[in-house]
Each structure stands twice: as structure tokens, then as C-alpha cells.
Design a protein around this ligand. Structure first.
Ligand code: ADP
Ligand code: MG
Ligand code: ZN
Length: 474
């Protein structure tokens, strides 16, 4: 019997606003514990929260970028639970009337494209962070009240690869929309996986488990594979899957039970009495819409139609907002889009992949890379030399100019390239060639001069002499 996996994701993303959702405390990550706090985010009695307008704006941007409908009327609710990371003993979230509904994203794995429905996106506040030490548990409330959106998908995902592709795609889109830095290592983006299995072809869904707080794509992939195998094994043994919340144990690569699954009624949701509902009209929504930057899908189409890039190249570039930005910055100073795409995708990406860094971390600037490409275009250095220069730029962070000068590359000394130029000169100067063979050795000087002229003085004279000598005396 074959079993199919069914997955729905819940993705928490911290919004990149400067201040928290209901107070003016900073959202800065990494500050000294409990310094970004005030009576509001500490939930002192008698305080009144006020919604940060930017939170609504960023959440609307996220919704629009994921093809959601934006609700003109949404409200905030209290989700009650008692845990020390939550000083108020409730989290302000949205229950029955979320800000965004009914979106989708198309995800491609191999040849197959699947539409994954997005049920809703709501806004809520983050909780504090517990730090477990040998002497006990410490609490840092800096994160308390940092604005979050929660993106909930339909149970439309059918494999770990699809889940990871979906997650990557959401991250890329939110980076383009500039609503979050999506730094997974800082907890700005976290995934919960709801997973069930069913016999291939079955219509009914099986009972699901939920795995909380997966914080990287690798963890997401591994956790899904493990949980699928665990459930299939259980079902094959005739066991019943119990709906529960599980935790991924990163050290041992297993999922372990946290608690039996809570239901909505366990949280005693009720409308937040201290906050006004979020009311938006068409004008506001449209003005946010027009302020949105170009999204990867449109950008890809434009790269193909305007820049004549191949579908593949356009796809690779736009799949990574930072790579794309780098590429576009090159184009500000170098005007051959196809060549630039080729150098970024083939040469630069090879260096990045080999060294296991990412485009944000590299020492090469887009401007420097543009100049390097201009060097090739102007015949100052050969393509082959440029690859060596690029490698050195990548490793040392020196500029293209410094490297070309220090290596004495500002001349064409690449034999293959010079030979081509010299063959052309010889063909066009038959008279001088004949003179040379008739014993007029000064004809050689004339031919060298022609080569230097053709290369705008960039040819290495010694190499030119050698090659000319060889060719004339052959
Ligand atoms: P809750 O509010 O209890 O978390 P939801 O109905 O909101 O439950 O669903 C949460 C997530 O679980 C959604 O992403 C949804 O797609 C997913 N989901 C629901 N049923 C299943 C199932 N049988 N198998 C896998 N995922 C499911
Ligand atoms: Mg849920
Ligand atoms: Zn505060």
C-alpha cells in the first residue's frame, strides 16, 4: 500500500517595522535582554495598546504579494494561554476576521506545478523568549510585542520538496515586498508543519500532527520526511494517529510529543476590547498596491520580454531577491543584460556555491563587477583573464582595477586572442607581408604597429612580436 502525505503549513514572519505592534519599543534583534520593553509590552495592568499603523500596511503588502483578498474590516482577538513567555497570559491575534484571506502561490517541483491555497494571513504579537540555563530559566521580553504575520495554507502540499519550495518562494516574495528581513537564524521566519498520511487515492484526510517552530529549510525537509515515515509505519502497524503537537528534536533528528493538540476552544478566544478594529477602504488598499515594488513573477516576465533573457536565466535571477538586486545594479553601469546574466549565473554563482556563502555576504560589489565586464567589452582584458580577476575579487575583496594593474593584465597577453587579431592584420596587409619576405625587415615594425592600433594599445608587445615572428617565418 502506498501512502500519500498531506501537508498544510503555518508560517510566522516577523514584520520589519522599527517599533513593536502596540507600543513604541524598538524591534531591534540582539539587544541586551529586557531593554526593549515598556509597561505596554510587559502587560502591566491598566495600559492601553495602540496598533502600529505600519503593521497593518506591511501585512497588507504581504497579503497582496501572495494574491490574497484584503479584508476591509478585520479585528483583533485575545488568544488566552498561560506560559511565562507571555506576560499578559494572552496573545493578541486575529481569530474569525483576519486581515487577508484566500490567496495562493504556484509552486514548481521539477516539471510539475501545483497551486497551494493560502487560507489566511493574520497579524499578531510575538511572545518573549525563554533562555534555559543550568541554574534555571531566564526570560527575555525584548521579542514580546514584535509584530508577526501568520500565513496559513490549505492542506494542498504533497511532498517535502513542495513544502520547501513553497517556503522558499514565500520568503523570496516577502523579501521583494520588503516586509521582513526573513532571517531564519534570528527567528524572523519560522514554520509549523501540519502533516497527515492517507492511502494513495483516498478522498478523506487522515488525522494530522503539528510540528512547531522549524527554523530552516533543511529542518523543514528533514522533519517532514521523518514525520511521514513515522506515521506510515504507525498506520501499517494498525495504530491510530493521535492528533498532537510535536517538537522537532534537531540533535537527534526525531520528532517528539509536546502535548496533545489543543483546539480553538482551549484558547477561549474573545474580541480584544482595548483595540479598535482595522478598517480599510479601497483608496488605502490601492495606494498600498501602487507602492509595491515589482514582484518576482512580473520581473521574470520583464527580463524575458525586455532584456531578452532565457526563461531559465530569468528564473534563476528572480528566484533570489538579493541576487536580482545585485544583477540590476550591474546593469546600471554595464549595458549588456545577457552577458551580465551569464556572468552572474555561471561565474559568480559558481564561486558563491563553492565557498558556501550567499550573495549578501560576498566582497564583490555590483559596480566592481560591472567595470570588470566593461574591461572585457572594451578589449582591455580577455574573458579568460576576467575569470581569474573575478576569483581574486571574490577572495580578497580588491577592486577589478587594482587586480588588473597588479597582475599587469591591462594588456592583451592571451595568445589565443592575439593570434586571432594578428591573423586578421596579416590578411589585410598582404603587401607588408610580401615586403617582409622580400627582406624588408622593417615591415615587421609596421605590422606590430597595426596590431597595437587594433587593440588600442592593449596588446602585450612582446607576445605580438613572438606570434608575428612565428607566423611570418612559417
Ligand atoms: P488549527 O486552527 O487547529 O491549527 P486549522 O484548521 O487552522 O487548525 O489548520 C491548521 C493547518 O493544518 C492548516 O495549514 C491546514 O491546511 C492544515 N491541515 C488541516 N487538516 C489537515 C490534515 N488532515 N492533514 C494535514 N494538514 C492539515
Ligand atoms: Mg493553527
Ligand atoms: Zn513596549
Amino acid at each position: 500500500m502506498k501512502y500519500e502525505m498531506v501537508i498544510g503549513l503555518e508560517i510566522h514572519v516577523e514584520l520589519g517595522t522599527k517599533s513593536k505592534i502596540f507600543c513604541s519599543c524598538s524591534t531591534q534583534f540582539g539587544n541586551k535582554p529586557n531593554t526593549n520593553v515598556c509597561p505596554v509590552c510587559l502587560g502591566m495592568p491598566g495600559v492601553l495598546p495602540v496598533l502600529n499603523e505600519k503593521v497593518a500596511e506591511y501585512a497588507v503588502k504581504a497579503g497582496l504579494s501572495l494574491n490574497c483578498e484584503i479584508a476591509k474590516f478585520s479585528k483583533l482577538d485575545r488568544k488566552n494561554y498561560f506560559y511565562p513567555d507571555l506576560p499578559k497570559a494572552y496573545q493578541v491575534s486575529q481569530y474569525d476576521l483576519p486581515l487577508c484571506i484566500g490567496g495562493y502561490l504556484d509552486v514548481s517541483v521539477g516539471e510539475e506545478t501545483t497551486r497551494v491555497g493560502i487560507t489566511r494571513i493574520h497579524i499578531e504579537e510575538d511572545a518573549g523568549k525563554l533562555v534555559h540555563t543550568q541554574d534555571g530559566t531566564l526570560i527575555d521580553y525584548n521579542r514580546c510585542g514584535v509584530p508577526l504575520i501568520e500565513i496559513v495554507t490549505e492542506p494542498d502540499i504533497r511532498s517535502a520538496e513542495q513544502a520547501v519550495e513553497f517556503a522558499k518562494s514565500v520568503r523570496n516574495i516577502l523579501l521583494y515586498a520588503k516586509v521582513s528581513d526573513c532571517k531564519m537564524q534570528e527567528g524572523s521566519m519560522r514554520f509549523d508543519v501540519n502533516l497527515s498520511v492517507r492511502e494513495q487515492g483516498a478522498k478523506q484526510f487522515g488525522t494530522r500532527t503539528e510540528m512547531k517552530n522549524l527554523s530552516s529549510f533543511k529542518m523543514l525537509q528533514k522533519a517532514i520526511e521523518y514525520e511521514y515515515a513515522r506515521q506510515v509505519k504507525a498506520v501499517k502497524n494498525g495504530e491510530r494517529i493521535i492528533q498532537q503537537t510535536r517538537r522537532w528534536d534537531e540533535t537527534n533528528n526525531v520528532s517528539v510529543v509536546l502535548r496533545s493538540k489543543e483546539n480553538a476552544h482551549d484558547y477561549r478566544y474573545f474580541p480584544e476590547p482595548d483595540l479598535l478594529p482595522v478598517v480599510l477602504n479601497d483608496e488605502v488598499i490601492n495606494s498600498i498596491k501602487t507602492s509595491m515594488p515589482e514582484m518576482p513573477k512580473e520581473k521574470k516576465q520583464r527580463y524575458i520580454s525586455q532584456l531578452s533573457l532565457s526563461e531559465y536565466d530569468a528564473g534563476v535571477l528572480t528566484a533570489n531577491s538579493q541576487l536580482c538586486e545585485f544583477y540590476e545594479n550591474i546593469l546600471k553601469e554595464f549595458n549588456d543584460a545577457k552577458t551580465a546574466a551569464n556572468w552572474v549565473i555561471v561565474e559568480l554563482m559558481a564561486l558563491i556555491n563553492k565557498s558556501d556563502t550567499s550573495i549578501e555576504e560576498i566582497k564583490i560589489t555590483a559596480s566592481s563587477m560591472a567595470q570588470l565586464l566593461n574591461f572585457i567589452k572594451d578589449g582591455k582584458i580577455s574573458g579568460k583573464m576576467a575569470k581569474d580577476v573575478l576569483l581574486e575579487m571574490f577572495e580578497t575583496g580588491s577592486s577589478e582595477d587594482e587586480i588588473v594593474k597588479s597582475k599587469g593584465l591591462s594588456q592583451i597577453s592571451d595568445a589565443g586572442e592575439l593570434e586571432k587579431i594578428i591573423d586578421e592584420i596579416l590578411k589585410n596587409n598582404q603587401a607588408s607581408v610580401n615586403d617582409y619576405h622580400l627582406g624588408k625587415k622593417q615591415a615587421m615594425g609596421f605590422l606590430v604597429g597595426q596590431v597595437m592600433r587594433a587593440t588600442k594599445g592593449a596588446a602585450n608587445p612582446q607576445s605580438v612580436n613572438e606570434i608575428l615572428n612565428k607566423k611570418l617565418n612559417n
